[in-house]
Design a protein around this ligand. Sequence first.
Ligand code: FAD
Ligand code: SF4
Ligand code: SF4
Ligand code: SF4
Length: 571
Amino acid sequence: MCWCGTNIAKMVDVEDVAKEMSKLKHVVLAKDYKYMCSDPGQDMIIQDIKEHNLNRIVVSACSPRMHELTFRKALENAGLNPYMFEMVNIREQVSWVHSSRSEATKKAKALIAGAINRVYWHSSLDKRSVEIDPTTLVIGGGIAGLSASLKIANAGINVFLIEKETVLGGMLKNIDLSFPHFQGANELIKKIVNRVANHPNIKAFTSSQIKEIFGYVGNFEAQILSKDKEELIKFGSVIVATGLKTFDPTPLTNYGYGKLKNVITSLEFEKMLSQGNVLTSDGSEPNHIAFIHCVGSRNQDYHPYCSRVCCNTALKQAKQAKMAIPSAQVYNLYADMRSIGKDNEEFYANSFNRDHMFLMFDQQKALPLIKSASPKDNCNLIIEIDELLSGESLEVPADMVVLMVAMEAQHNAKEIAHATGISMCGNDFYIERHPKLDPFATTTAGVFLAGTCQSPKDIPDSVTQANAAAARILAAIKKGSAEVEVTTAEVNEELCCGCQTCVKVCPYTAIHFDPDKKVSVVNQILCKGCGTCGSSCPTGAIKCHHYTDQQILSQIEGLMQMSYELEEDLL
Ligand SMILES: Cc1cc2nc3c(=O)[nH]c(=O)nc-3n(C[C@H](O)[C@H](O)[C@H](O)COP(=O)(O)OP(=O)(O)OC[C@H]3O[C@@H](n4cnc5c(N)ncnc54)[C@H](O)[C@@H]3O)c2cc1C
Ligand code: SF4
Ligand code: SF4
Ligand code: SF4
């Protein structure tokens, strides 16, 4: 029983739970500890397994998504099969969601009693591994995809790189200088594109898209659709690096984008900077330029998240505006300043001067309002803002307003998710296998993420993730094989009536029908153990390893029994 510091212990009486659990049938030992996932916590489990000859372990702590692998590894280190383990989530599902300590403690006891009943029926599952075809597929030719391709190709491995646009380079093709050191982003990407285009181990397909990917880790194949032809390619691993796009601010009527001249997006301003022409719609130099932050980000009606790079981009563009037109007055209208990343806070601090004004607004209360100016105003636009720090309503003159638009997922993110078998979060960014311990792998073995398709990021973070994904693939290639899922489904041929319901429902096309035997067969490598077939089979012919009826029913029984006893006590 883990305390998770005060995270669990403040709402669950962990010591009392441990005492109660020690009385249950089959329990040899019940212990509580401050941080079970720490090295001393894991060592304690290993020590106890050896000392008391334990053959089943239950850990009640955080979500299995966080630390199931950690504890399974600890079992392995103690010489026990890692599947002789069950994890109970008493943090996210108990302490974090309840406000009564006694009720939360009761719920924790019931959940753990269920797990103890369940683990009794666990059996050892053996690891399975498959050979890896070293050729790697990279989808997306932005800085992330290009960096990953080069890392892999430089190690002597062949890479297929697929880019949907006519040229490689991604978003950085449109970016002039990069924050905070004002290096040329455009020049940087040109150099990298050149290296990729001339690399003997990289075959780049532009104006191309990938249709469905078939196969499994180490042995995939897919059809590439180019303008005039289709080609079948085979590869062992995939890196998804499809990036993101900028938000269209038209629906935010306060800003009049698309209606008012000289209201433009950060990307459009970036193109002006690249061309060396910061000019208003009538071709004159703007005297007042305003940058409005959080356009479509941190806004419940559009995107609730922070887009991460736009505060720094605004500071960068404001400085570039001043460099282009030294007499111009520059305003940053911001909700919160988030200049995160190495050297960026210092960059923000250096932005303060007389010609660079910072005005704060309350994103939840009132967004700034942009209007056409009247002839007497001597500017193109007027921005009304309730300035938070002074408490005053101000009118800011502007000849040009730059909207720091949100970064959002590609419109066809779902298609790539479907083709590669990876999952998306509520904002349509791809989900990593583990947010802390495995932030570039996915839940589909052999498929990795790089760059902004996972979440908004700047260039250094995108490149770091790309190189990490590439290193992971190179390590697997060096090993020559990869482990695959063992909690798979299996058909009992005696019970199968050949209805093929399972073939239709399997989301991973892992089941085929054997016409000679007239039964369905599960491909153990393709199966992800999702359980869909098991719950659809009308005859109960499908057994899902590690999720057998007996395991689940005994878990429910343990949970109900403990809940009942605790209620009785109360009476
Ligand atoms: C206005 C603006 C200014 C910025 N300024 C800076 C800065 O100064 N410094 C900084 O560090 N960061 C900056 N950034 C962020 C920077 O652009 C990103 O960090 C970087 O581009 C991420 O690279 P990426 O490879 O992940 O994605 P992208 O650059 O978006 O590349 C993705 C590629 O994948 C391709 N693709 C998409 N879908 C498919 C598909 N289905 N099949 C094949 N190909 C596909 C796309 O066409 C694209 O070429 C800025 C961003 C914006 C919008
Ligand atoms: S980085 Fe800045 S401008 Fe962008 S969403 Fe976050 S707080 Fe808003
Ligand atoms: S659903 Fe069950 S009975 Fe029907 S084919 Fe599949 S395994 Fe056999
Ligand atoms: S458990 Fe899921 S992935 Fe495996 S065969 Fe059944 S439906 Fe397909």
